[in-house]
Design a protein around this ligand. Sequence first.
Ligand SMILES: Cc1cc2nc3c(=O)[nH]c(=O)nc-3n(C[C@H](O)[C@H](O)[C@H](O)COP(=O)(O)O)c2cc1C
Length: 208
Amino acid sequence: MTKSRDDEKPENFTPPENPYDLFIDWQALAQTSEPNDPNAMCLATATPDGKPSARMVLLKGLDERGFVFYTNDTSNKGQQLKSNAQAALCFHWKTLLKQVRIEGIVEQVSDAEADAYYNTRHRGSRVGAWASKQSQELESYDELKKFVEGYEEEFKDKETIPRPPHWNGFRIKPTYFEFWVDGEYRLHQRYLYEPDGNGGWTTKMLYP
Ligand SMILES: Cc1cc2nc3c(=O)[nH]c(=O)nc-3n(C[C@H](O)[C@H](O)[C@H](O)COP(=O)(O)O)c2cc1C
C-alpha cells in the first residue's frame, strides 16, 4: 500500500499532546505497509570531538523511557556512545511518506533487560553475537565462519547461551521529536516536540 501525497492534509491533522502517541500510531501504520523492517532507524553518533557517523539499527524496545536498540558495544557506534552519550535517530517510512527525527541522550539498558531480549533471539543470532568482533577488520569470510563453528561447538550441550559481555542495549531518551509529513509542492508539515520542563511536551510547527 502506497500513500498518496493528498492523504494527509494539514487541516485534517492535529498533533496529539504526547509525541510517543503519535510515534506509536505511525509505527503501527508502517508495520502494515512497509515491505521490510518497519522498525529500522538510522542512528547517528559522534566522537567526542564531533566527527559524526550514521548507520541503520533496529528498534527493539519502546516506552516513555525511550528508544532501545542492541549492538556490540565494542563496535564503532558502541565506542562513540560510551565517550559521547548524544545520539540522533531518523525513521523514514517510504510507503507512508513520513519521517520521524529524534535526538537525545543515550544510556545502557540494565543487564536484566538486555538478557531478556537476548534470550528471545534465534540460537544462531545468539551464537553470532559471540562470533562477531563487530567493526574490526575481517581477513576473510571463512575466518568468521570458523569463529561461528567454534562457538557452536562450545555451546553445543548448553540449552541457554549466555549473553556476551560486549553485547548490550542502548536507550535513547528523547529531548527532541520531529514528525514530518510529505506535502504537495514540497510544502511539507513539520511538528516539533520538546520537553516543557514539567513532564509534558511543547509542540510547534516548523517551516518545511
Ligand atoms: C536494516 C538494518 C538493520 C540493522 N540493525 C542493526 C542492529 O540492530 N544492531 C547492530 O548492531 N547493527 C545493525 N545493522 C548493521 C549496522 O548498520 C552497522 O553495519 C553495524 O552495526 C556496524 O556499525 P558501526 O561500525 O558504526 O558500529 C543493521 C543494518 C541494517 C541495514
